[in-house]
Write a protein that binds this ligand. Structure first.
Ligand SMILES: Cc1cc2nc3c(=O)[nH]c(=O)nc-3n(C[C@H](O)[C@H](O)[C@H](O)COP(=O)(O)OP(=O)(O)OC[C@H]3O[C@@H](n4cnc5c(N)ncnc54)[C@H](O)[C@@H]3O)c2cc1C
Length: 369
């Protein structure tokens, strides 16, 4: 059976590690994904200037070659489910019997802000790395500290604001960052948010409630008529599935994520699988986070093999609590798990250990058969 993997996200990196097993189960595997993968756990460390962008980058082409997997270093632009074919950005049609998506997410932009100049979406992460180079170079050259507006008061918006404050501090500057949050932030215990917000205020980051609706020269306009000085606008207003998923014509949720059964396939098409940010498991929706792609991966591998053999599939029950650690760009981290939290240097130490460990493990994959 021809298995086409679309995207080299967390789950499909695991499938590369199992390439030998997939092959010996009768699956002919083709991966269609950009040549490199940027690991989000280290993105804020790159943005703050603590890490080089190379620390977060995994060479997908090299891994696929080592694992004996056919790799097309491009993106899928179109899926013809009826014709059982995917079409790459280069126009190549690739037939499949089994299809699996792990294409991550893109930034929600209901006001269409991304089209304006000096607007930086937090995905793809390569854009954040460009932002770091550009901003770092201009601060180095002695330019005025820019007024930056971060649109989005979720965990990502706060983490990006903290990283920008860290980057400014590395250049001996106080940041000028405003986080615009639609309503009061509620993604962490109130005491953790208060501690975080106070710490950020001391570093030049303020948080306001509002809704950014337009970007004009030097300004960010809010729905209530206020406008903020804005040299750069960072879009961090929530993650949604890439339009490719909606284009499948299969049921999706309000964030455009493909609805899948606990066995990770579309209910109406048992040969179409998905994992990670681009999928939502019926009855077990979770927010976008790398951990779910990682934990789904062994079940995905087992179920693709089971499907090829006509055997029963396994179910994935995503955890209800998970550890997430934010890099605050000042040598400390904020760790959150359920209602528990702690902030300090050990939290960042643990984050680095986990994230650098993930990248090192992925880079050192060896053929499994
Ligand atoms: C700034 C930032 C920091 C974050 N930090 C963390 C963190 O510390 N911990 C955490 O758990 N989560 C974090 N997240 C969330 C995290 O990025 C996602 O939840 C996670 O990456 C999703 O993993 P995934 O495997 O679904 O897809 P991804 O890791 O996004 O991988 C998807 C891959 O598919 C490829 N792709 C996309 N479209 C196509 C296509 N059409 N054809 C072929 N390939 C395609 C992409 O190039 C990418 O390589 C962060 C997000 C942001 C924006």
């Amino acid at each position: 059976m021809r298995l086409v993997l679309v995207g080299a996200g967390h789950a499909h990196l695991h499938l590369l590690a199992r390439a030998g097993t997939l092959r010996s189960s009768g699956l002919d595997v083709t991966l269609v994904a950009p040549a490199t993968f940027d690991y989000s756990g280290l993105a804020s460390g790159v943005l703050s200037g603590a890490l080089a962008s190379s620390a977060a980058r995994i060479d997908v082409s090299k891994l696929a070659e080592r694992q004996g997997v056919t790799h097309l270093p491009t993106r899928i632009e179109l899926v013809d489910l009826a014709g059982r074919t995917v079409v790459t950005a280069d126009g190549e049609a690739v037939p499949f019997d089994l299809l699996s998506f792990n294409v991550g997410s893109t930034v929600s932009d209901p006001a269409g802000l991304a089209a304006a100049s000096e607007v930086w979406p937090v995905k793809p992460l390569s854009r954040l790395f460009e932002l770091q180079s550009q901003l770092g170079a201009s601060l180095n050259a002695g330019a005025r500290t820019p007024a930056i507006v971060v649109v989005g008061g979720g965990q990502t918006g706060f983490e990006i604001a903290a990283a920008l404050a860290g980057l400014c501090a590395r250049h001996g500057r106080m940041a000028d960052v405003t986080v615009v949050s639609r309503g009061r932030a509620r993604w962490a215990p109130p005491a953790a948010l208060a501690d975080l917000t106070q710490g950020l205020a001391r570093r030049g980051v303020r948080v306001i409630e509002g809704e950014a609706v337009a970007r004009d020269a030097g300004l960010c306009r809010l729905a209530d008529g206020r406008s903020l000085p804005c040299d750069m606008l960072i879009l961090a207003g929530g993650l949604v599935a890439p339009p490719l998923i909606k284009g499948l014509g299969l049921p999706t949720d309000e964030a455009g994520r493909l609805r899948v059964t606990p066995s990770l396939h579309a209910p109406d098409d048992p040969d179409v699988f998905a994992a990670g940010d681009c999928a939502v498991i019926e009855g077990a929706a979770r927010p976008p986070a790398g951990v779910f792609g990682v934990r789904a991966a062994p079940i995905l591998a087992a179920n693709l093999i089971a499907r090829a053999r006509g055997a029963p599939l396994r179910a994935y029950d995503p955890q209800r609590r998970w550890l997430s650690i934010m890099d605050l760009g000042d040598g400390t981290g904020l760790a959150l798990r359920g209602g528990l939290w702690w902030r300090g240097r050990t939290a960042l130490w643990l984050k680095r250990r986990l994230d650098l460990g993930f990248v090192a493990k992925a880079r050192s994959l060896r053929p499994d058969a």
